[in-house]
Structures are given as C-alpha cells and as structure tokens.
Design a protein around this ligand. Structure first.
Ligand SMILES: *Cc1c(COP(=O)(O)O)cnc(C)c1O
Ligand SMILES: [Zn+2]
Length: 447
C-alpha cells in the first residue's frame, strides 16, 4: 500500500506543496498550511484492521517501533525513510486513573495522560521527532537549503528541539523570553548544545523575531506554525483512545497557549473517526491561564471577535502566550468537537496541582490549569456525573521545582497554599522525634 501526504492551505486555497519544501504559509492568502493525507488510500484498510495493526505494534525495544508516534507512521508522515527517523522513544506514555483526585475535583471517572513522562519532560517530544526526522531527510537528500533549525519557545519546545537536533547532529537556534521560563527549561537546550538567545521580551516577541529570521530559508522554523509538528502531536488523542481499548472518553481537557496542540488533538481524533477506528468524538475543553486568555475571551464572544492580549505573569509559563499563532485552527477544532474554553486563575491552578500531588501525581502548573478547569466544568454541570474525563498532563512536575517550592513555602503571589507541607527541622533526639510523630499521627487521624 502506498500512502501520501502534502501541505494545503487551511483556508481552502488551491495548491499542494511537498512536506520537504521550506514553506509554512499559503503563498496565496498567507493562512497556515496543514498536512493533508491521502484519505482514500488510508480508507482502503477498514477501521478494525487499523486497530489490530496498531495494537500489534506494542512497544518494541528499539528504533521507530519503540515510538508511540512512529508506530502510527502511516497516519503521521509516510515518506520518511526509516534510516532518517530521529527518535528518543517518545509517546507510549502512561494513562492513569486518579480516583482520589476525581473525588476532590467532583468528577466521577478521571484519567490523566502522563505526557510529561518523556525524554525532555513534555509532550513537545511527540511533534519534534517528526519535524527533526523530516529535516534529517531533507539534509541527507543533498539539495535542500536547510542548515539549521530554530524556534521561539516558552521552554518546552526549545528543550525538545535541542535534544532531537543534537541526536541528528543538526545545528539548533533557540529564542527564549529572558527570565520567563524555569531553570530546568533554560538549562536543557544549553546542555544539548543549542545556540540560545535570551531576548528581553515575552514569547510573542520571540515569535516575531524567529519569523523574521526564518525568512532565510537556510534556517528551518520549528514552531508549531510548522505543521509537521502537528502531525506528531496529533497522536496523543489516538494513543488515549487506544489505551482505553478504543473507547472514546466523554471529554479531553488540554492546557492551551499557542493553540497548535488543541488543533492537533482534534486532527488526530477526526482522522481516527473518519477511518472508522472510533465511532464517536469526545468533547474538547481548552484550558487557559486567566492571565494569558485570548482564546477564552474570544469564546465569550462566540468566536465573533479575537483580540491578542499582553500575557501576564503566570506560574503556567509554558502557556503564557497572548497572540496564539494557531487561533484559526483552534476555533475550527473546537467547533467540530462541541468544544468549550474555560480558564483558571493562579490560586485555582496551584490548588488543583496540589490536590493532584496529594493523590500521588506530580503536576506541572499547566496540568494544574487543566485539572482546575475540569473541576469548574463539573461544578457548573457542563461535565455531567458519570462522564469519563481525560486530562492531558503536558509536562513533568520536576521541570517546575521553583513553582513547587514556592507553593510549599507559601510564597506564590495570589495563592493560598492550603496544602503547604514543610519539613520539621529538629535535633536528632529520639524522645523529641517520638513526641513529634505522636503529635502528627493524632493530627492525621483527626483530619
Ligand atoms: C506547549 C505546551 C502547552 C500548550 O500547547 P499549545 O500548542 O502552545 O497550545 C501546554 N503545556 C505545556 C507544558 C506546553 O509545553
Ligand atoms: Zn490560502
């Protein structure tokens, strides 16, 4: 069977472009491009057979088959030769139930997709393996102008790009908003040898610079404006339904900033539905931080009006974006999936992350936003009793030690740290230790 895919304008202009061309926008209307697959070729295999095929590709020990993304290569990027695939075993992340957390949030059936359990600690690995593999193939072909990859980032895209580029030996250039990302996120691309430029601006300012710089076609743009990223990111929804035995949850909730991912999630699920692999669609909820909420504001107008905002300081720094590049795609995705947009403030996101941690998770602030939104939608009756909810945890809590530390020291601005937990500092005196344990046991039993 031969599968193929190409770029096409999301606004429906004519024209098809090769996925190995250096092109990010429609030459006619400058709308974003999207990857379109030859649906007729894919449809020759019935849904039950796709399910069986994907299930037969359990996690192998090495190579592309060990990747949750490349185990679905036909739906992702059919033209990359196996020797050019740059993989670090992304995908196949755990999907766990969280009954104690569900109870605390007022939900019946809650699952958390642990995408942070991945090589660079965020779900950006899913898209970056696809983009860097395509670049590796372009460079190997010999007549491509590309000499380096570049991105603007709120921390996770740059970590992923730097790592995958380092595996392939491709020079990497990173633009970060100075002082606005976590220490771990800053050190990741530095350690992987990327050229890091920390600019005195916010993410949206970095995005403007990288768009200018990548007008030079020798520097390949690795932001999600580049639709190759979306093709990898879209596997998260497919993997979720596969892990649920191809049963579709009622809701999937995703923390959202630049909005490439809410569109990617929808794209993967829509393809699965179109090919008969799933029999219905879940509803989607895009979860925004209140201080970076342009999509939420547009949603309040029924998507009649969109205005970029200047994103304020939020613990959810990876979604601190005021002018999302993929706004149009996100609106289409939400409309097709009967979607909603909800927001969480600093106190709500920190509280939800703390509840998650008390239930054994280790939630990053963005996951806190999505969990807080899940609770709010349940309280409002939008999510109904008995419905199954999957929250996508987008990054590992270990990248956000500063946030965790500040929470437990009760020093986060605008947050009442109800679950702050401090070490008891005391002398190594057995009597005093026993007395302390006695006091603690009584307190725990009383609560
Ligand atoms: C990138 C990212 C998101 C949001 O994805 P967008 O495509 O920017 O909307 C959410 N959480 C984390 C941790 C991220 O790195
Ligand atoms: Zn167009």
């Amino acid at each position: 069977m031969s599968y193929s895919a190409w770029y096409q304008c999301v606004r429906g202009c004519e024209g098809r472009y090769s996925l190995f061309d250096v092109i990010y926008r429609c030459p006619n209307c400058s709308g974003l491009l999207e990857v379109v697959h030859d649906a007729a070729a894919l449809a020759e295999r019935p849904g039950v057979e796709w399910r069986a095929l994907f299930d037969s590709r359990g996690r192998a020990a090495t190579g592309a088959a060990a990747s949750g993304v490349w185990s679905k290569a036909e739906w992702v990027l059919p033209h990359v030769a196996p020797e050019h695939i740059v993989t670090l075993g992304e995908g196949f992340t755990p999907l766990v139930t969280a009954p104690r957390l569900a109870h605390d949030l007022g939900l019946t059936d809650l699952w958390v997709k642990q995408c942070g359990i991945s090589h660079t600690g965020s779900f950006k690995d899913l898209g970056m393996t696809v983009l860097v593999s395509a670049v590796a193939q372009m460079m190997a072909d010999g007549n491509s102008p590309v000499r380096a990859v570049a991105c603007a980032s709120t921390g996770d895209t740059s970590a992923a790009m730097a790592a995958y580029a380092a595996v392939a030996g491709i020079p990497a250039i990173v633009f970060l908003p100075r002082g606005k990302i976590s220490t771990a996120q800053l050190i990741q691309p530095l350690a992987n040898g990327a050229h890091v430029l920390a600019l005195d601006t916010d993410f949206d300012g970095c995005m403007r610079v990288v768009r200018e710089v990548t007008r030079d076609i020798s520097i390949y743009l690795a932001n999600s404006m580049n639709s190759l990223r979306v093709e990898g990111q879209k596997t998260v929804g497919i993997e979720i339904v596969q892990q649920l035995g191809w049963q579709v949850p009622d809701w999937i909730i995703l923390p959202s900033g630049n909005l490439g991912n809410i569109s990617a999630l929808a794209k993967g699920l829509a393809l699965a539905h179109q090919l008969g692999v799933i029999d219905r669609l879940p509803r989607l909820a895009a979860a925004q931080a209140e201080r970076a909420n342009p999509l939420y504001r547009a949603y309040q107008t029924g998507f009649q009006r969109f205005e970029p905002v200047t994103a304020g300081v939020t613990a959810a720094s990876a979604i601190r974006i005021g002018d999302p590049v993929s706004y149009e795609k996100a609106v289409r995705a939400l409309q097709a999936f009967d979607g909603v947009v909800e927001q969480a403030d600093e106190d709500e996101l920190a509280h939800a992350a703390a509840l998650a941690d008390r239930a054994g998770l280790y939630a990053c602030p963005h996951t806190g936003v999505a969990l807080a939104v899940a609770g709010k939608l349940a309280r409002r009756g939008v999510i109904r009793t008995g419905q199954r909810v999957v929250v996508i945890s987008t990054a590992h809590g270990l990248k956000f030690t500063g946030f965790k530390t500040a929470y437990h020291e009760d020093s986060l601005p605008d947050v009442a740290a109800l679950h702050s937990n401090r070490p008891v500092e005391m002398a190594p005196d057995t009597g005093a230790v026993k007395a302390e344990l006695e006091r603690w046991m009584e307190k725990r039993l009383a609560s």
